[in-house]
Write a protein that binds this ligand. Structure first.
Ligand SMILES: N[C@@H](CCC(=O)N[C@@H](CS)C(=O)NCC(=O)O)C(=O)O
Length: 212
């Protein structure tokens, strides 16, 4: 059955791979599932047709026959459950991989997103300079914990899984900040994720859209 995802017609990041269609593309590439992409303008995101697919008016969405999904965690989990390659066969290892997916979007991503809010959306606020170090400290707390757990392993729980795909996707947002320089094992983890051929294909596909 044809899979269709949505992505920005023109991503605000200019194709750096930070728009969240990249993680869905990456998951589909990892499992070898072809997909179509429907590009959506910012205006169209808030129109009824798109809101029927994602009530929050965001990308990406995922359609497969009569199934329509939103939220990248749910989409990547769906892809990982339907196809081999992103979740271990062992039931306990599978549950742990899913726990890492939740950790990525629920525990690690929120303070990282706050940094963007503090730097860009609150750039003109009088509290901006006082708030920024607090936000960075919250990110560092999480990175230290993640770095300690990863230690010198390649991936979070033995073999690469959807948990790593989500965690690397979340950490990518820090790449230009320099914060990861203080956590060399996390920087190397990020490099390993980006070096995967499936990620490279996903990145190239979204870049092609944004450099047309
Ligand atoms: N939690 C959602 C977040 C989706 C999200 O923030 N999408 C952004 C692009 S990466 C978006 O569509 N922003 C436009 C908007 O919110 O109007 C997910 O993981 O799918």
């Amino acid at each position: 059955m044809t899979v269709t995802i949505t992505a920005f017609e023109r991503s605000p990041d200019g194709g750096r791979g930070l728009a969240r269609d990249t993680r869905v593309r990456w998951a589909l590439e990892e499992v070898g599932q072809p997909y179509d992409v429907r590009l959506v303008s910012f205006g169209a995101l808030k129109e009824p047709a798109h809101l029927a697919l994602n009530p929050f008016g965001q990308i990406p969405t995922y359609q497969e026959g009569s199934l329509a999904l939103f939220e990248t965690g749910a989409i990547v989990l769906h892809v990982a459950e339907r196809h081999a390659g992103l979740l271990p066969a062992d039931a306990d290892a599978r549950a742990r991989a899913i726990a890492w997916m939740f950790a990525a979007v629920n525990t690690v991503e929120p303070p990282i997103l706050e940094l963007g809010t503090a730097k860009i959306l609150e750039a003109d606020k009088p509290w901006r300079d006082a708030r920024l170090p607090l936000v960075e400290d919250r990110i560092r707390d999480r990175l230290k914990q993640l770095s300690t757990r990863l230690d010198d392993a390649d991936w979070l729980d033995h073999a690469f899984s959807a948990g790593d795909l989500m965690m690397v996707s979340v950490l990518l947002r820090l790449k230009s900040s320099g914060i990861l320089d203080d956590y060399p094992n996390l920087a190397a983890y990020l490099d390993r994720g980006e070096a995967r051929p499936a990620y490279q294909r996903a990145f190239a596909a979204q870049l092609a859209v944004n450099t047309r």
